[in-house]
Ligand binder design. Structure first.
Ligand SMILES: [Mn+2]
Length: 413
């Protein structure tokens, strides 16, 4: 059996955002700590090969610390008995003067150069094909050009490449674009890919795996991140993601909090959503929590109290960092009933309800009032589209009015 560690998009030397000041130090060292964990994992699992599918560095000429970190990792992998293969990507293309151009890797480490090539790993019965990006914008389908395995060897492919995804309909991104059909038709048993930062298996036969980054860069790269352990035995290929990012990001929105009056219940609700996901050992979690809609908790989390509330929630939930967004949290009131009140809040909510209904007269008035201040992009829109967008402001404006103008029962507005 051959055991492989497949990782990509380490972006060494690149930033990791610290959305909360509590995680600044963690974020700074997260990529390199993640790399040390990759070495540990290879040692523990006794892997034969380490495959790094591009964007190992964030830039073609990364800082010295990032270069040393990879050097040390390669020494660690080799000492653990693994051979290391790297196929540079669009962030770290193999160009003159780049780190790959000047680095002299030690024995046991191979960096693919531009131009598809393959090499025989006869003792493992394998053929490994790969190619480096030779610019930041490779328009060629490198996957289609990889040399096939000679008879009798199992083929592996190592590449940084883009595929059409559900998010982006345009298939022609200049990052060695290819298609799943191309990968499926080629004679490789395992495609070790990089480029997308979200880890995912794209196909099971042949096995096509986008490794994902080993450490998310910011809150939008949420969910567990790590590297893939691949086992090849005979014709069978198994792969699983091992989460190991030192800093985990999670983006969570909770609504339907009408009956949540006590903070303990809120903590429970968040815990339920955190459970059931494997973040790996020693993962410091940084959560962005959006609370939305009417809730009695609004009172405890308004204005300056949101700061103290956030710190208390972070402690209760054992989080390394918490970004609490309560801008959508409103008092548990009936806006339509309030809209009938004869005061500022009532008048305001009355206008918001008309806005939400798309009241033509009000929208025309608003457009005239805002004409000089509208963003140029908004000004260029068709009037109907512009009015639709203005109408969408009703929700946020209603939240603002309720949060800031309503003082609570008996206190008036
Ligand atoms: Mn990339």
């Amino acid at each position: 059996m051959v055991r492989i560690l497949h990782a990509a998009d380490l972006h060494l030397g690149g930033p990791v955002a610290a959305p909360d000041e509590q995680v600044v130090a963690l974020a700074q060292g997260a990529r390199e700590e993640g790399l040390r964990r990759l070495v540990e994992l290879a040692r523990r699992e006794k892997v034969d090969l380490v495959l790094l599918a591009g964007d190992v560095f964030h830039t073609p000429r990364p800082p010295l610390g990032a270069q040393l970190a990879l050097q040390e990792a390669c020494e660690g992998w080799c000492q653990a008995g693994a051979r290391v293969f790297i196929a540079p990507g669009n962030h770290d293309p193999f160009i003159p003067g780049s780190v790959w151009d000047t680095w002299r890797p030690g024995q046991g480490v191979h960096v693919f150069a531009p131009g598809p090539s393959g090499l025989e790993l006869a003792e493992l019965g394998l053929w490994l094909a790969g190619a480096a990006h030779d610019s930041e914008h490779v328009g060629q389908d490198l996957a289609a050009a990889l040399p096939p395995p000679p008879p009798g060897l199992t083929g592996l492919a190592l590449l940084h490449a883009d595929l059409p995804s559900s998010r982006r309909d345009d298939a022609h991104h200049p990052y060695a674009p290819t298609r799943l059909e191309v990968l499926r038709a080629a004679p490789f048993a395992y495609w070790a890919l990089g480029h997308w930062h979200k880890p995912q298996e794209l196909c099971s036969r042949p096995r096509v795996v986008m490794a994902g980054t080993h450490q998310g860069a910011h809150l939008d790269e949420d969910g567990p991140r790590g590297a893939w352990l691949v086992e090849i035995e005979g014709g069978a290929v198994e792969s699983r993601l091992v989460p190991l990012a030192p800093l985990g990001f999670l983006d969570l929105t909770l609504s339907g909090l009408e009956d949540v009056a006590d903070p303990g219940r809120l903590v429970e609700l968040v815990r339920e959503r955190l459970a059931g996901r494997d973040w790996g050992q020693d993962c410091a979690l940084c959560l962005r929590l959006r609370l939305e809609g009417p809730s009695p908790l609004w009172r405890d989390l308004r204005g300056e109290q949101a700061g103290e509330g956030g710190r208390a929630l972070a402690r209760s939930l054992d989080l390394a960092g918490l970004v609490l967004d309560v801008s959508g949290l409103v008092p548990p009131l009936d806006p339509e009933e309030l809209a009938r009140r004869p005061d500022v809040l009532g008048r305001m909510l009355g206008l918001v309800e008309r806005l939400a209904r798309g009241d033509e007269e009000l929208l025309a008035e608003l457009e005239a009032e805002l004409a000089g201040d509208l963003h140029p992009l908004l000004r260029e829109l068709e009037p109907a589209e512009r009015r639709r967008l203005l109408g969408e402001l009703a929700g946020p404006v209603r939240s603002l009015a309720l949060r800031h103008l309503w003082q609570g029962p008996g206190e008036g507005a």
